[in-house]
Write a protein that binds this ligand. Structure first.
Ligand code: NAD
Length: 338
């Protein structure tokens, strides 16, 4: 009895009691790389294939899912399955939230980022007019099925992107998780089951305390204040970088600020520096670009009036979600990251 049998039993348990057919939405790459492994384990289903990547997160593709469901006679009892990365789960989850005012859906994430982050928390949505996640809904999946072996075909860059969230979750969890994760490498398959289980636990715990992002959930923004500015800068420069690379370097920059403010000890800062820089290269910006990076921070959704906010790490598992940083501190942090 191989591992596929175990997965078959899990899927059977989840899908038992759901009417058939299931409606499976995936993307063109996952259709080739993962769907062949899953197809024999799924009950009777229809399949819709979207473009890979952010091209799936557009209104036209949502309309295509709605129209397809309608044409297949999907009713209120229908169950949508999102098989793919965060782009597929965001758009398919949003279609499920809105079709017939909401039908059930199941996430089957196939990227490290989706297994560790996007499939949990109930946020669904699409991009609009160049703005990320401009339209969406909170609509949690009924179940999430993760199988680490599906990551075997995922390119290294995508693993690296998801790993930044794993580092973040370990820092939010506590000393034991951080000690274990900080020496692991993103492409070491032996570490995936622990990294995924840890991330699910941390994200689900924090989301359960604050499902609508009113307060505590801001902890999940660790690294994202400086990270979003870095991501935005390189996007505008026409040389986009991986979200995970921006978040990893953002976490390091923010730990440096927290250290300067007396919150984060030198030892933890050194550990974060080692964990980040051994996998993520520094970014090619120059001193003259720092003013533009700081200007991007002023557009951060998390700011309070003119105050820049970030999550200040004190120790693994201890942090302040209402910390602030000055433009001068931000400038120095970007200089430190060069
Ligand atoms: N809803 C949330 O809470 C949340 C959280 C984080 C990110 N997101 C969203 O998730 C999206 C990014 O997700 P992502 O990083 O998973 O990217 P993605 O879904 O775009 O997938 C990245 C690439 O990997 C391919 N791929 C997926 N699984 C594969 C596999 N097993 N083998 C080979 N190739 C595979 C995809 O086809 C795609 O080309 C963004 O749109 C982001 O806004 C949402």
């Amino acid at each position: 009895m191989g591992p596929a049998w175990g997965l078959f039993v899990v899927l059977k348990g989840i899908f038992e009691g759901y009417g058939d057919p299931l409606f499976v939405v995936t993307d063109a790459v996952v259709r080739r790389k993962v769907y062949p492994l899953v197809k024999p384990l799924l009950p009777a289903h229809k399949l819709l294939v979207l473009p890979a990547g952010e091209g799936a997160k557009v209104l036209d593709e949502v309309a295509r899912i709605w129209t397809w469901l309608g044409a297949q006679g999907a009713d209120r009892q229908a169950v949508l399955v999102a098989l793919g990365g965060g782009a597929v789960s965001d758009v398919a989850g949003f279609a499920a939230a809105t079709y017939l005012r909401g039908i059930r859906w199941v996430a089957m994430p196939t990227t490290l980022l989706a297994m560790c982050d996007a499939a949990y928390g109930g946020k669904t949505g699409i991009n609009l007019g160049g703005a990320k996640n401009q339209v969406g809904a909170f609509w949690a999946p009924e179940a999430v099925v993760s199988e680490p072996r599906w990551l075997e075909t995922l390119p290294y860059g995508e693993l690296l992107s998801g790993w930044a969230e794993v580092l973040k979750h370990a820092l939010l969890q506590g000393p034991e998780a951080w000690a274990r994760i900080r020496t692991m490498e993103c492409d070491d398959a032996a570490g995936w089951p622990y990294a995924i289980a840890l991330s699910q636990e941390v994200k689900q715990r924090i989301v359960a305390e604050d499902p609508r992002e009113q307060g505590l959930r801001r902890a999940l923004n660790l690294g994202h204040t400086l990270g979003h500015a870095l991501e935005g800068f390189f996007l505008h420069a026409g040389t986009p970088i991986l979200h995970g690379q921006a978040v990893a370097l953002g976490m390091l920059g923010e730990a440096w600020v927290a250290h300067r403010q007396g919150a984060c000890g030198a030892e933890l800062l050194a550990e974060i520096e080692e964990a980040v820089l051994c996998q993520y290269p520094l970014l090619p910006y120059e001193k003259a670009d720092i003013a533009a990076l700081v200007r991007l921070l002023a557009k951060d959704k998390k700011r309070l009036g003119t105050q820049l906010r970030y999550v200040a790490l004190h120790q693994p598992g201890r942090y302040d979600i209402d910390a602030t940083l000055t433009p001068a501190e931000a400038r120095q942090a970007f200089a430190y990251l060069m």
